[in-house]
Design a binder for this molecule. Structure first.
Ligand code: GLU
Length: 457
């Protein structure tokens, strides 16, 4: 059974890079009918926050990346880490190191002065007595040979053990360190595929050595290349939104972000648009690109527009409703949201834009003096007639409204546009809206009459 995990450190929001890694882990688990596990790596107590945990959970829910197990919290596994540390000490695979900060600092300076890579010189490795002083615990890394593994994305990688020093696995306060907790959890959680950012690539040989010392079966590793900004530098806040939930705020649909992220580093021929089912079918970890990919906001926008027009109407409506609520637009007394989404979907790029442009369906409009210049004397007769006919329409349908507009324009010998545009301004306070008959229909009879009256008096 394939078991993948997403193991974020809750020290900030869920960013685009993390979300893409989570997506790859999720897709692979779904494809192989395995399990996707969420593990919160919160051992850095100073930097981990409950808000970040929440932002990660919310981001995953919003993207639809459901997990089969977890969230596990590393801070809840402390006893287990201590147990394994104890085991390694007992088996002579780890040792107490009493070296002081000062000694380590001097060692480092001397090594740097000799242009050597700073590393611990294993002074305490062969101590036979225990001392009273404070100590850290170090793992006895093999001193020779190589660590080799077949990265599913990058191919064979090998590291000389002489490059790796004896890693600290527990600090002087007893707190286990990052590389160690990951190993214990991957082992305990029977993770078969570690798919993670390639910023962890140098940790992998260290983790493999510890796993071997524990007699654990090694997982497969896949290191996903980073995401770059448009300037070729690692994607960061400087490039704009990088948090998943920020994209929600900006009016993107989860399906658009998923589709965008999956393609950023993976492809299937020239296909750009994928349903989730297709992704699960086609995706494979080994097909992830080796080279880093650059983030392209326009392409994401294009996908968003596509999904606003063709995506699951229930999700589009849900996100639209969320945007309206954030703008403080009360929708209970206006047209049904699904009809407004349907009318607006062709002309917006984001759902925030859709919400901003839908105020007039739900709130009174303000017609400025400037706008009043559109209501010329020759138009007034037509507007009066339109108002009266609309007021007495037997049934309020788009078709009847359309016919009424045509008749009024014809009687006054106006082209449709000449009548439609001022009506649009009177009803929406602006010059852009869905087709005028649809706009009138959705605003509703009462409000339409009130707004026309406002212009006419
Ligand atoms: N907690 C690590 C991070 O957020 C990920 C560790 C891993 O995937 O092994 O970068």
């Amino acid at each position: 059974m394939i078991r993948t995990r997403f193991a974020p450190s809750p020290t900030g929001y869920l960013h685009i890079g993390g979300a893409r890694t989570a997506l790859y882990c999720w897709l692979y688990a779904r494809k192989m009918q395995g399990k996707f596990i969420l593990r919160i790596e919160d051992t850095d107590r100073e930097r981990s926050t409950a808000e970040s945990v929440q932002a990660i959970l919310d981001g995953l829910v919003w993207l639809g990346l459901d997990y089969d197990e977890g969230p596990y919290y590393q801070t809840q596994h402390m006893d287990r880490y201590r147990e394994v540390i104890h085991l390694l000490l007992e088996q002579g695979k780890a040792y107490r190191c009493y070296c002081t900060k000062e000694r380590l600092e001097k060692l480092r300076e001397a090594q740097l002065a000799r242009k050597e890579k700073p590393r611990y010189d294993a002074l305490c490795r062969n101590l036979t007595t225990t001392q009273e002083d404070s100590f850290v615990i170090r793992f006895k890394n093999p001193t020779d040979g190589i660590v080799e593994f077949n990265d599913l994305i990058r191919g064979k990688l090998s590291f000389a053990n002489t490059e790796l020093d004896d890693l600290i696995i527990a600090r002087s306060d007893g707190m286990p360190t990052y590389n160690f907790t990951v190993v214990v959890d991957d082992w305990d959680m029977k993770i078969t595929h570690v798919i993670r950012g390639d910023d962890h690539i140098n940790n992998t040989p260290r983790q493999i050595n510890i796993l071997r010392a524990l007699g654990a079966t090694l997982p497969h590793y896949a290191h996903v290349p980073m995401i770059l900004g448009s300037d070729g530098k690692r994607l960061s806040k400087r490039h704009g939104a990088v948090s998943v939930l920020q994209y929600r705020e900006e009016g993107f649909l989860p399906a658009a972000l998923i589709n965008y992220l999956v393609r950023l580093g993976w492809s299937h021929g020239n296909q750009e648009i994928f349903s989730i089912e297709e992704l699960i079918h086609y995706f494979d970890v080994t097909d992830i690109n080796r080279a880093p990919a650059a983030f392209n906001q326009e392409k994401l926008m294009w996908l968003n527009q596509h999904y606003i027009k063709t995506g699951d109407p229930a999700v589009v409506m849900k996100e639209f409703a969320w945007q309206l609520e954030k703008l403080g637009i009360y929708t209970a007394n206006g047209p049904p949201l699904n009809e407004v989404t349907h009318a607006q979907c062709e002309r917006v790029k984001t759902l925030r834009e859709m919400a901003e442009r839908s105020r007039y369906f739900y709130e009174e409009v303000i017609v400025t003096d400037d706008m009043r210049t559109h209501f010329t004397a020759e138009l007034m007769g037509a507007l009066v007639m339109l108002r009266d006919r609309l007021a007495h329409l037997a049934i309020w349908t788009k078709e009847m409204i359309h016919e009424t507009l045509m008749e009024v324009a014809k009687i006054h010998d106006f082209k449709m546009g000449k009548l439609a545009q001022p009506v649009r301004i009177a009803l929406t306070g602006g010059s852009v809206s869905p087709p005028i008959d649809v706009t009138i229909y959705l605003i509703g009879r009462k409000r339409v009459i009130e707004r026309l009256n406002h212009i006419l008096t």
